[in-house]
Write a protein that binds this ligand. Structure first.
Ligand SMILES: Cc1cc2nc3c(=O)[nH]c(=O)nc-3n(C[C@H](O)[C@H](O)[C@H](O)COP(=O)(O)OP(=O)(O)OC[C@H]3O[C@@H](n4cnc5c(N)ncnc54)[C@H](O)[C@@H]3O)c2cc1C
Length: 399
């Protein structure tokens, strides 16, 4: 007898019927851990495919590193704010279009990674003198040449090295590419921008892989109304528990047993873990059995970058109508820049962006000192800058 027929036969038997019915009625269950975009998107897909889904999030809000702040009376993204790759291959793009969320295009397909948010900008030196645009463009071209030359260094070395090391090798080989004085400071600013993309210092960025990222085509767009509506749409109808910090994930008789901070347990057929790498690196979740060694090694060897934002809201707009305002300095660490949200959204908000070691050091300051620092940077460029009406800080890439 074929297996199918055996099921048909079984249907005559009452016990078999109820077992089969139960199997059909209870679709597989999944616990999604983490309510950032990865967790919510995973939960949405599973929910749409008729899985029973429960999402556990440790914070009192959804979104994780997507966090739209409304306290200025307008949306300000304190985490992600760009859609990188405005094209259908980017699964977020059709959703954003469908939700009618407008994008402010900051650059097209031709932009390089460190250049994605920079179509119009002005740079100043620390004394508030605007740097001639011609010099900025020329140094930008030289920087591109230097990066092109680093490809040769990459080909010559089987071992990886930092992009900073490779730049230094290129400059030794081609001293005419080395910049002096103001041009050197502008070069440092370009390095600072590159560091911002990777949220890491140039001596931590891999020569082998820095340009291997596959960013979808279509250029880059800033979410004018913030990213939160995307989170809200994806989370619709999903069973979500906020303030549920997962402490332990255990394999239990072919099920997954998830324990949260207050000791409560949740059981499902499977779990999808979307907590940030930093949480895994810090061993904040216990796994039973322990994760395989190759996974533990991968977690420990991968780095986590830091990028922070300081948003300042002003009464009036006293700055030039460009997308970015930058201050150059003799080291990339001391360079900085503000994103001008007024150009993109019409709201009088400047967002100071800090990345890498500088962002790490900034985290040691009090909120007040951080805002003072950002204002000092602004006043270097624009001495007439007024004090902000209010401010917001985002101080951690990974919770
Ligand atoms: C300042 C900044 C600017 C950025 N700009 C951009 C941009 O413009 N464009 C772009 O594409 N990307 C940008 N990014 C990166 C982007 O924000 C992240 O890649 C993305 O949001 C990560 O989503 P995720 O769901 O993987 O992780 P997360 O958003 O970190 O979500 C993980 C979730 O897990 C939760 N969690 C942690 N531990 C536990 C636990 N034990 N139990 C339960 N829940 C837990 C966290 O609270 C969090 O909500 C930026 C990031 C930052 C910080």
């Amino acid at each position: 007898m074929k297996p199918k027929e055996s099921v048909c036969n079984g249907l005559v038997d009452g016990t078999f019927v109820s077992l089969l019915e139960r199997q059909q009625l209870s679709s597989p269950s999944v616990i999604v851990i983490g309510g950032g975009i990865s967790g919510i998107a995973a939960a949405r897909s599973l929910f749409n495919a008729s899985f029973k889904v429960l999402l556990l999030e440790s914070r009192d809000r959804l979104g994780g590193r997507i966090h739209t702040d409304y306290s200025f009376g307008c949306p300000v993204d304190m985490g992600a704010s760009w859609l990188h790759g405005v094209c259908n291959e980017n699964s977020l793009a059709p959703l954003i279009r469908c939700l009618g969320l407008p994008l402010y295009r900051t650059s097209g397909d031709n932009s390089v990674l460190y250049d994605h948010d920079l179509e119009s900008f002005v740079l100043f030196d620390v004394d508030g003198h605007q740097i001639p645009q011609q010099l900025v463009i020329e140094v930008g071209e030289i920087f591109k040449k230097i990066l092109k030359e680093t490809e040769k260094v990459r080909d010559e070395h089987s071992e990886d090295m930092s992009i900073l090391q490779a730049i230094s090798i290129v400059l030794d080989r081609h001293p005419h590419l080395r910049q002096e004085g103001l041009a050197h400071e502008v070069m440092q600013w370009y390095i600072c921008r590159m560091e911002a993309w990777f949220a890491a210092d140039a001596d931590m960025i891999s020569l082998k892989t820095w340009d291997q990222e596959n960013v979808p085509s279509g250029g880059h767009g800033l979410m004018k109304q913030g990213y939160y509506p995307v989170i809200k749409a994806l989370a619709k109808d999903i069973d979500i528990c906020l303030n549920h910090r997962v402490k332990k994930i255990a394999d239990c008789h072919s099920k997954v047993l998830v324990t949260v901070e207050d000791g409560r347990n949740f059981v499902a057929d499977a779990a999808v873990i979307t907590v940030p790498l930093g949480v895994l690196k810090a061993n904040l979740i216990e796994f039973e059995p322990r994760l395989p060694q190759w996974k533990v090694d991968a977690i420990s060897e991968l780095g986590v970058g830091i990028e922070n934002k300081i948003a300042l809201c002003f009464d009036t707009v006293f700055w030039p109508n460009v997308e970015l305002l930058g201050v150059v300095a003799s080291t990339s660490y001391a360079c900085g820049y503000f994103l001008n949200l007024h150009k993109a959204t019409g709201h009088p908000v400047l967002v100071y962006m800090a990345a890498g070691r500088f962002a790490y050091d900034m985290e040691k300051l009090s909120d007040e000192a951080t805002v003072n620092f950002a204002m000092l940077q602004l006043k270097k460029m624009l001495p007439e800058a007024t004090e902000p009406e209010c401010n917001r800080l985002k101080k951690r890439l990974s919770p």
